[in-house]
Design a protein around this ligand. Structure first.
Ligand code: 13P
Ligand code: ZN
Length: 269
């Protein structure tokens, strides 16, 4: 028995998470337990789910998040592998609900799989998105090789330096990732400080944020769209690195070409 039985709409969302987890593994972005996914599933919660007893003790989030009262999330489990989640999402993740104090959660289904260690960042971002009235319901943290490599250079950690370079590698990059790439300096993984810095970057109007020397954190309406933004940006980084490997600095699209593209596609200049 699974909470997803006879709940096709909820199952479809979780199936998307499993599909994305498979992509993360095949791309080489999900070594061991690397990366995590959470989605806000509150809109698919029914009365029978609300009546279900918890299968864990209340656990502290580590921070208080007032907009999460009564919200429900699917979370990848800590130390769980994306490649296992791809086959069996409820074996490598669980469904949690936030308690009325907004500082604790409990696991509801299917098994007591403890949520990701990056829960403070994920839930803080969901809290921020709900406060803003955003339609975004998914957040993704992953370790894309080429984007992480860029963050080992001061040059690319400068605000919007990587964004400008990546946009200029291939025209679709700006069209499909119009807010660019935010930069968060190195902070301890899973810390509340990292969560707060991630929110500050998202609040500057980025959907995709780099955690220096660690990975990316991306938000979007659903998990497939969050994945797409990271995929598009990492592809641009691969093109830059391929050119450098061939022994030259890539030209990049010119300022005039970027301006024309922004005008025609209706993108911010
Ligand atoms: P979890 O296994 O706890 O999700 O951690 C993976 C990770 O990438 C931490 O940054
Ligand atoms: Zn990580």
């Amino acid at each position: 028995m699974s909470i997803l039985d006879n709940r096709p709409a909820l199952k479809a969302e979780i199936d998307k998470v499993a599909e994305v987890a498979g992509y993360l593994w095949t791309k080489g972005w999900a070594e061991r337990n690397g990366g995590n996914i959470t989605i806000n599933i509150t809109e698919w919660v029914d009365n029978a789910m609300r009546a279900m007893p918890a299968i864990s003790e209340p656990k502290a989030i580590g921070t208080t998040l007032p907009h999460l009262e009564g919200r429900w999330f699917y979370c990848k489990g800590t130390q769980k592998r994306m490649r296992d989640l791809a086959r069996e999402p409820m074996g490598s993740g669980s469904i949690i609900r936030i308690l009325p104090d907004c500082a604790h959660y409990e696991i509801v289904a299917d098994a007591p799989v403890a949520p990701t260690s990056e829960l403070p960042s994920h839930l803080s971002v969901h809290n921020y998105l709900l406060a803003k009235g955003s339609p975004y319901r998914a957040s993704l943290h992953t370790h894309p090789i080429e984007l992480v490599a860029l963050t080992h250079s001061r040059k690319w950690m400068e605000k919007d330096a990587a964004t400008r370079m990546l946009w200029s590698m291939i025209p679709e990059t700006k069209a499909f990732c119009p807010r660019g790439l935010g930069m968060v300096p190195y902070m301890l993984p899973s810390s509340v400080e990292l969560a707060d810095a991630t929110i500050r970057a998202i609040d500057e109007d980025y959907d995709v944020v780099m955690w220096e020397k660690h990975g990316v954190f991306a938000v979007d309406t659903d998990i497939m769209s969050a994945f797409d933004q990271v995929d598009v940006l990492n592809k641009a980084a691969q093109i830059y690195i391929s050119a450098r490997n061939m022994g030259f600095e890539p030209e990049g699209m010119s300022d005039a070409q970027m301006t024309e593209l922004s005008t025609v596609f209706g993108l911010p200049k």
